[in-house]
Design a protein around this ligand. Structure first.
Ligand SMILES: O=C(O)[C@H](O)[C@@H](O)[C@H](O)[C@H](O)COP(=O)(O)O
Length: 230
């Protein structure tokens, strides 16, 4: 990856200041979108990293009733389950209009219907992703069935079934083609291990280049805003 294509890496002193800065950035993006249109569209990662960010976002002076939010991916569990990403969003941003990925009783049909709705979110104002220490993002995991199609930037924007190594293994995930539509595209990662993995992936070094995150970095290039804290 040539230096001109490198994503921008924003290093923060600590996780709370990272959450505040990122919340301010996202709120500004959403306010700008709402000044031009009746609704704004946002995709947010699940997992632990965005927890403090969600709290900061909830305090932003914004008409959340005009914001459509979907998780970037979801675990195939009931929305009330502790592992549900949608539940986290519903608790943090109760006024937003949330899109539940569970659009059908079976995962494959749910992913297809959810992906069709996401593809209609034009423009997709902001997408914030996280990354696992195995180099996955959203629910696009190393070695999972269908990964090549999921990472194909030329694929039709949509969603698919993901397969995680850890329970709950069944997941639903937006594909890379849809995620790249984000007008603002961010990646939130904490800790030394993920920083090392990112640096290897950014250098196209070793096995990291074969990891899902390598496809995101290569395809997004300078458009990707990476926010890191220790
Ligand atoms: O459903 C999920 O868990 C996320 O969408 C996933 O892609 C997450 O961003 C990474 O696994 C990092 O998770 P942590 O922030 O918990 O390390």
């Amino acid at each position: 990856m040539s230096p001109i294509d490198l994503p921008r890496l924003h290093c923060h002193a600590d996780r709370p200041s990272c959450a505040r800065a990122l919340a301010q950035e996202l709120a500004e993006r959403l306010r700008a979108a709402l000044s031009a249109r009746s609704r704004a569209h946002l995709l947010l990662a699940g997992g632990q990293s965005p927890q403090a960010l969600l709290g900061e976002l909830a305090r932003a002076p914004l008409d959340w009733t005009r914001v459509d939010i979907s998780p970037s991916d979801e675990r195939w569990v009931p929305v009330e389950a502790p592992q549900s990403n949608l539940r986290l969003l519903r608790e943090a941003l109760p006024q937003a209009r949330l899109l539940d990925p569970r659009q059908a009783p079976q995962p494959a049909a749910a992913a297809q219907a959810w992906g069709a709705q996401l593809a209609e979110w034009q423009p997709l104002d902001a997408v914030l992703l996280g990354m696992g220490e195995d180099g996955h993002f959203a629910s696009l995991f190393p070695g999972m069935p269908g990964l090549a199609a999921a990472l194909d930037p030329a694929a039709a924007p949509g969603a698919l079934c993901g397969l995680a190594a850890d329970e709950p293994r069944q997941r639903l995930s937006a594909n890379l083609s849809l995620l790249l539509r984000g007008e603002w595209l961010g990646l939130l990662v904490f800790g030394a291990a993920k920083r090392r993995l990112l640096e290897d992936a950014l250098a196209d070094a070793g096995d990291a280049r074969e990891l899902p995150i390598g496809a995101l970095l290569r395809q997004a290039g300078r458009r990707l805003q990476i926010h890191w804290a220790p």
